[in-house]
Design a protein around this ligand. Structure first.
Ligand SMILES: Nc1ncnc2c1ncn2[C@@H]1O[C@H](COP(=O)(O)OP(=O)(O)OP(=O)(O)O)[C@@H](O)[C@H]1O
Length: 764
């Protein structure tokens, strides 16, 4: 068949599908109007169709049933309305671009191949038999991602199906017109990828369903195991795989899994907004997305200020190697390890016999029950019971004691004074109550005394409410004091004095927050979340073993998907291999591991340069660009002049240019100096978005995101000189998609000494 005829035939099919989609859209639009009217009607007439009668218990039960039935009817209609809206949105998308791929598959035992067209959602004929389009997540669609023409097998719930792929094609369809069409092999078209990756960056991440690569597809569709670990080089599509995997799981388990049962821990708010459009674009609701820091803050509650990891990072990157600095780094490392968790476990075990600390229970500044009394009760409870169980028994004991004291308090003078201050409304209510009682039993009490009795009880009860709440919420346990005790007993003084000083000011050092919550959970019982079924951790190399173990504990029913790059670990505990520690928390057969070595983000030239900083094996995708450029300046002022010139040039070509500084302090300084000369935006730790512009951004906030052009500012030896900063330098260089430049004063960072001169241009 000539190319022209083939093209015509394919376009005819697109036209046919688009026509059918339009018809379906019209039908649905009509139905939507009816359902909406229905819902409004039910709302309006809700009470007309309900019989309300509370005269007898039977009547009340009937009324209740009738209201329930009406409410169910309404929510069923509303659900159906939401479903139709969702479907309509999918149809809108299909109308523009109904599919992106096709395979002709001859199943074993059949005589004729089926043409399977693959798009972002399924589109079936009215009888539900013939698929115009298959959802990219349907079992048969995996053939498209896993095989080139030739034999192929796909998994179905009833077992594997094998056959032969006769044709594999890709399309780029826009506004219902085929713009490109290629026959392709196993790699989903170099041509198509070239097209997609060559595009300019966007402040919102895009889905990759049309060009998912085989190794990424394995990650997306893997539903075995409890722990899935992906180690992938910079730009290898880890975040992309994670997001398409969420979409896949929501489709595959649509009867049992909802979007809010999936949590993604991401590195910062900027990243959250960068990735927030991918799932809606695929017709799915967003999962819950948070940062580990927000999660810790939520768990710690309002009485503490959590030092944020960015401040910690800022300190680590800016401080000089004095004694304080060494102590802090060592303390972070120690508290990150699983060994520390084991040490804590031993300490907690010792608390079964002695060492727990409690707070006095006080009222009006006076001690009602002293910490010593609580302690002696706790330690005389059966020691074979667990600590949380013994606390529950202590709660019962304390509540009983407090009730006794409450009775005695009623005769105290302060109660009388407080009665005087009560609102008239309260007094009146009590008065009416007593009147009512009097009617029933007229001789049995004096009215005034009865009123006083009730008021006294009321006032005391109000005062004791908080104490009882505190008891029930276990606030009589002095967990911060126990934690400080733990630090003092387990660490040398130089490793714990900074934490002790800060905690006394109600500030939680970041490295202490997880161990503290672990201790609290072990003592009081963990408030685990059993609703969550999937936890995703992106940029997982930044998590400590301790944090992993904590997350595993908090989400006991969840499967964990962990994605990271050991070469991008920039935090102080990074020497410890978090992934192997994480693996030690699971049985071998529960773990699935993948490695991605192909990088898609940056041009070949950028990867050839960046990989030499960390001496790693990375396979760049074959997309050509300019070699990176290293600019040498004679002075700080000269560097800034150079920067202005370079950024103006880059801006002519690229919508988004990022100037990446090492720290937030440097970014701020530079921003002040630049804003008169350049139209720049400063990205801070709380920034949640950016438009295409020139951005100034600190290194650690650029994690996970990408820009058309990157200028690494002050890549001088005076700035990036510690061995621990090698990975940071690599990370910032790999944020660039099309262009990378580095500017330094006098001497460039020694961390680049192994980067061969052939891989970059040197300019002054
Ligand atoms: N199969 C693919 N098809 C098209 N684009 C892809 C594919 N895989 C990755 N990309 C693109 O490559 C870039 C990097 O992807 P992503 O951010 O997911 O990588 P990453 O491994 O999380 O990177 P990093 O660790 O450096 O943050 C993105 O622009 C993404 O759209």
């Amino acid at each position: 068949m000539s190319r022209h005829t083939e093209w015509q035939e394919e376009q005819q099919r697109v036209d046919l599908v688009v026509q059918e989609v339009k018809k379906r859209e019209d039908e649905l639009q009509g139905k939507l109007g009816e359902v909406k009217a229905d819902v409004l009607d039910i709302r309006k007439k809700f009470w007309d169709d309900v019989t309300v009668n509370f005269d007898t218990a039977d009547d009340a039960a009937e009324t209740h049933a009738s209201i329930k039935q009406q409410a169910e009817l309404m929510s069923e209609r509303e659900r159906s309305h939401q479903h139709d809206i969702k479907q309509l949105k999918s149809l809108h998308k299909l109308k523009e671009s109904p599919y992106f791929g096709r395979i002709d598959f001859l199943e074993e035992g059949e005589t004729e191949a089926e043409s399977v067209y693959i798009g972002t959602s399924s589109f079936v004929d009215k009888n539900g038999v013939d698929f115009y389009v298959y959802d990219w997540r349907a079992p048969i669609s995996s053939l498209y991602y896993d095989y080139g023409p030739g034999p192929g097998t796909y998994e179905t719930p009833i077992g594997p199906i094998s056959g032969d792929i006769e044709i594999k094609k890709q399309y780029i369809i826009r506004k219902g017109q085929i713009e490109h069409m290629f026959n392709t092999g196993i790699t989903i078209g170099d041509e198509m990828l070239q097209e997609v990756l060559g595009r300019q960056s966007d402040s919102q991440m895009k889905n990759i369903v049309a060009t998912i690569q085989k190794e990424q597809n394995q990650i997306i569709r893997n539903d075995r195991g409890k722990l899935l670990i992906v180690q992938g080089v910079a730009g290898s599509g880890k975040t992309s795989a994670a997001l398409q995997r969420v979409a896949y799981l929501l489709y595959r388990f649509r009867k049992t899994l909802e979007a809010d049962q999936v949590v993604l821990f991401s590195p910062n708010p900027l990243f959250n907004s960068y990735t927030s459009t991918v799932l809606p674009e695929l017709g799915e609701e967003n999962m819950q997305q948070t940062t580990f820091q927000s999660y810790l803050e939520y768990r710690l509650g309002d009485s503490w200020t959590l030092e944020d990891p960015f401040n910690q990072m800022e300190y680590v990157l800016s401080a000089n190697a004095d004694q304080e600095y060494e102590g802090k780094i060592e303390s972070i490392k120690v508290k990150s390890s699983l060994e520390y968790m084991q040490l804590m476990d031993r300490f907690i075990q010792s608390l079964e016999k002695e060492g727990l600390m409690f707070c006095d229970l006080k009222l009006n500044g006076e001690t009602l029950i002293s910490s010593e009394q609580i302690k002696s009760y706790f330690y005389q409870v059966d020691q074979t019971l667990s600590i949380p169980n013994r606390f529950q028994m202590t709660v019962d004991f304390l509540l009983k004691e407090v009730r006794g004291i409450e009775l005695q308090e009623r005769d105290k003078e302060w109660v009388e004074q407080e009665i005087e201050l009560l609102d008239n409304e309260v007094l009146l209510k009590v008065h009416h109550k007593v009147e009512k009682e009097k009617k029933k039993d007229s001789d049995s009490f004096y009215e005034y005394e009865r009123e006083q009795e009730i008021l006294r009880a009321l006032v005391v009860k109000r005062r004791f409410k908080k104490i009882k709440e505190n008891i029930k919420e276990l606030r009589f346990i002095d967990v911060p004091a126990i934690y400080l005790q733990l630090l003092k007993k387990t660490l040398p003084v130089e490793l714990c004095h900074q934490s002790i000083t800060k905690m006394k000011q109600s500030i939680f050092p970041y490295e202490d927050a997880t161990p503290f919550l672990y201790l609290k959970g072990k003592l009081e019982g963990f408030q685990v979340n059993t609703r969550i079924r999937h936890v995703f951790i992106d940029e997982a190399q930044d998590y400590s073993p301790f944090q992993f173990a904590f997350i595993k504990n908090m989400f006991p029913r969840a499967k964990l998907t962990v994605l990271g790059d050991k070469n991008q670990s920039i935090y102080a505990h990074s020497k410890i291999s978090s992934f192997s520690a994480l693996e030690s928390l699971y049985d071998k057969e529960e773990i699935e591991k993948y490695e991605l070595t192909q990088s898609y983000r940056s041009t070949k030239q950028i990867i050839d340069f960046a990989k030499r900083i960390i001496h790693a094996q990375i396979d760049p995708f074959n997309r050509e660009g300019e070699k990176p450029t290293c600019w040498k300046a004679d002075s700080y002022e000269h560097m800034n002049e150079l920067l202005i010139g370079r950024v103006r040039k880059l801006k002519e070509k690229y919508p988004t240019v990022a100037i990446i500084c090492k720290t937030a302090a440097e970014s701020e300084r530079l921003y002040k100096e630049m804003k008169e000369n350049l139209d720049v935006r400063l990205i801070k730790k709380n920034s949640t978005g950016y438009e295409s512009a020139v951005l100034i951004i600190p290194s650690y906030l650029a994690k996970g995101v990408e820009f058309d052009a990157v200028v690494v500012y002050n890549a001088s030896n005076s700035s990036y000189n510690k061995e621990t900063e090698r990975k940071l330098l690599y990370t910032v260089c790999t944020r660039a998609m099309h262009s990378l430049e580095l500017i330094y004063v006098k001497e460039k960072s020694g961390l680049m000494s192994d980067v061969s001169i052939e891989t970059y241009h040197h300019r002054k």
